[in-house]
Design a protein around this ligand. Structure first.
Ligand SMILES: NC(=O)c1ccc[n+]([C@@H]2O[C@H](COP(=O)([O-])OP(=O)(O)OC[C@H]3O[C@@H](n4cnc5c(N)ncnc54)[C@H](OP(=O)(O)O)[C@@H]3O)[C@@H](O)[C@H]2O)c1
Length: 323
């Protein structure tokens, strides 16, 4: 097959291109080339989506994969510019309006792009809804829409999941949120990429939550620890009020505990993985993701300044606070 990946220079879109090349497909990656390089074996066509798809205008591909993060303008322009038999659009679980009640599926109202509006999670989700709608309007009979949850594994630029294998591999007393009732789920980037290529090959269509099964957070952290932590490592549960007193943020940020969710978002990682698994998604054990994420973290430097996770002095203060 001849596959167009709109992206291909970083994380998910790159992993998708890697997988498609590995299976012998002809892969064209359209990107500026600022986030990285396209994988060996793929063709790089330099485009800036703020301008257009340039030399690709009017081309036909057997399959297209679009990861446009937050621009319905880019999505519509791509739909106008190329034709295809199968169109994957990578959306997000952020399209859902309610992250506090388990099982709700109502989405946010769609929003058009507004370059002057400050970025926010709700805006992100609402622009994804508009982007999904644009895809369905144009190629609904060929559309494969993936509402991805937390994407993990090697190459993750967000620093979120990788914090845990990094920190747990160093052992000792490790501060973890005492939020045992909170579910957690993720999808390894390589499993998502493989499913995208499977779907292109098999012409799978429909809209899915693209995520692995949910488990209690403490179980997920235990599985990561089981894969990477030295003997004697102790997971020390820090009560949420203590985390708040020390201004530790949930989810993301330079003083955060990734995978921990605020009370308003307790169901964000409790989506039903069943339909995706029934439609062909295969997920590797979290322990494998942890081991490969640790290798990636080691390449970056275990003690680097992070975009997500706890600085050591903040963790020390938390551990001292609970004795
Ligand atoms: N990470 C998560 O946990 C998570 C969760 C849910 C959903 N998602 C979704 O999953 C997808 C992730 O995609 P990704 O990992 O490949 O990363 P991404 O950051 O969303 O996409 C980056 C790709 O877009 C290209 N790009 C950026 N600006 C461009 C421009 N002006 N013109 C042309 N290309 C441009 C980049 O290439 P150049 O910079 O080289 O041009 C790169 O290849 C996104 O749709 C995201 O919303 C992510």
């Amino acid at each position: 097959m001849r596959i167009l990946v709109l992206g291909g220079t970083v994380f998910l879109s790159k992993a998708t291109a890697v997988e498609a090349v590995r299976r012998g497909h002809e892969v064209v990656c359209a990107a500026r080339g600022e986030s990285g390089q396209v994988p060996e074996g793929a063709q790089h066509v330099a485009v800036d989506r703020n301008v257009g798809l340039g030399p690709l205008e009017g081309s036909h591909f057997d399959a297209v994969v679009d990861v446009a993060k937050m621009s319905v303008t880019w999505v519509r322009q791509a739909l106008r510019s190329v034709t295809t038999d199968h169109w994957t659009f990578v959306s997000s679980c952020s399209v859902y309006a309610d992250h506090s009640t388990p099982g709700t599926t109502a989405t946010l109202d769609p929003l058009e792009d507004d370059p002057d509006a400050p970025p926010s999670p709700d805006r992100y989700g609402a622009v994804k809804v508009a982007s999904e709608n644009a895809v369905l309007d144009a190629v609904g009979d060929r559309a494969f829409i993936l509402r991805a949850g937390l994407i993990t594994g090697p190459g993750d630029p967000s620093d979120r999941f990788g914090y845990w294998p990094n920190r747990l591999s160093q052992g000792g007393r490790v501060a973890v949120p005492d939020a045992t009732d909170q579910p957690a789920q993720h999808i390894d980037v390589r499993d998502l990429a493989a499913w995208i290529v499977d779907a292109a090959e098999q012409r799978t269509t429909g809209t899915y939550d693209a995520i692995g099964p949910a488990n209690p957070l403490f179980m997920v952290l235990g599985e990561i620890a089981g894969a990477v932590a030295p003997q004697g490592t102790e997971l020390v549960r820090i009560p949420e009020p203590v985390l708040q007193q020390h201004e530790v943020a949930p989810w993301v940020g330079p003083r955060s505990l990734p995978l921990w969710l605020p009370s308003t978002h307790r169901s964000m990682m409790f989506r039903d993985a069943g339909p995706a698994l029934a439609a062909g998604l295969r997920v590797r054990p979290t322990s494998d993701t942890a081991l490969d994420s640790l290798e990636y973290e080691r390449g970056l430097g275990l003690d680097r300044t992070r975009r997500a996770g706890l600085p050591p002095e903040v963790e020390d203060a938390l551990l001292n606070a609970v004795g």
